[in-house]
Design a protein around this ligand. Sequence first.
Ligand code: PGA
Length: 250
Amino acid sequence: MKKLIIANWKMNGSLRLLDEIAAATQGQFFANAEAVVCTPAPYLHALGQHKSFTPKTGAQNCASTANGAHTGEISAAMLAEFGVSYCLIGHSERRQSQSETNAMIGGKLQQLKDHSIIPVLCIGETQAERDNATWCAVLGEQLAILANQNPTPIVIAYEPIWAIGTGRIPTPNDIDEALAFIRTCVTTMGYPAGYLRILYGGSANAENAARLLSLPSVDGLLVGGASLVPSQFAQIVANAADTNWRTMRA
Ligand code: PGA
């Protein structure tokens, strides 16, 4: 399976950045890696129409209900019309600042599934939960929205909250342990292995990407800050293509 790199612009970017990312990533990597850029919603149209933008179109959020009287919300049906193929849900910033609950995130999951958009479910523990060894229970609770569902392809992004935007990343052992736990939880819920990709996210950048991607448990990366720097993002995608190429030759 190709390694998957997803850029999360958060509330950043511009039309100019779209052009710069298009130029930096043009063509050459995508036979051996998959790349997605999740822009703020106002840029989705320009991204979809862009003549030389090779990464796929991703969104950062969708409503937990179908179209209706929900001022300011954006539905999965609308995202699908704009060619969105992946959508983040459950990012820790939204869980905190928008008080998103697992029930709301479950609604978003259903909406995305109904419109054939692949959900990228973000989960992760706080520093305190890592320190007091309750991280398994926390991740298990966040994953519980996947239970009793008709399985469809899904991406899980493991993003320890303490690693986001801090420059701190877990040890390779800790990443392997968390990803193995996630894989077991999700496959036990009936998701076939081929439907599941698990990304690492949190301070991934051009310097550490090759190392992170070389971990066999890591199917790809969710990249925030470094995805706003075209040369860094292009380098990370190149690392993903290279790691995959080496795996194929081994
Ligand atoms: P970061 O953000 O790469 O800037 O740490 C990752 C994320 O929040 O998705």
